[in-house]
Design a protein around this ligand. Structure first.
Ligand code: AMP
Length: 113
């Protein structure tokens, strides 16, 4: 079964794309948990944080940078926002392609609020 986020990255499946560069894409979460809920992810298929190789780790910094840029564009950077990477079953990861949630636009609370 093809990875849904790889299919979004290759445009086989449409999304509300907010950012694209050589390494990353970002699009709105289909089931938003907050007024702003954006997913930032590498185009390269990496299943989760657990499968990242040493050479992949710079991607996490790029993902955080894009997340902050998008939070700025969405007008939530001053009020505050959250980035989160779920890893594995008990971490709440449901899609097996590394991704960073970017959430904001309301007061977030515990867990993922
Ligand atoms: P996680 O539970 O951390 O693996 O997050 C996966 C996220 O992907 C969930 O918040 C889903 O709502 C979101 N999602 C799943 N399919 C799509 C899709 N086709 N387009 C946008 N977001 C999606």
């Amino acid at each position: 079964m093809p990875c849904i986020f790889c299919q979004i990255a290759s445009k086989e499946i449409s999304s509300e794309l907010l950012h694209e560069d050589d390494d990353l894409i970002a699009f709105r979460d289909i089931n938003p948990q907050a007024p702003v809920h954006i997913l930032v992810l590498p185009k390269k298929h990496i299943t989760s944080l657990n499968e990242m190789k040493d050479e992949d780790f710079p991607l996490l910094g790029k993902m955080a940078h894009v997340a902050r840029e998008l939070a700025t564009k969405e007008g939530i950077v001053e009020r505050g926002f959250r980035i989160a990477v779920n890893c594995g079953q008990e971490g709440g990861q449901t899609v097996g392609h590394l991704h960073m949630h970017t959430l904001g636009g309301r007061q977030l609370k515990g867990e993922l609020g």
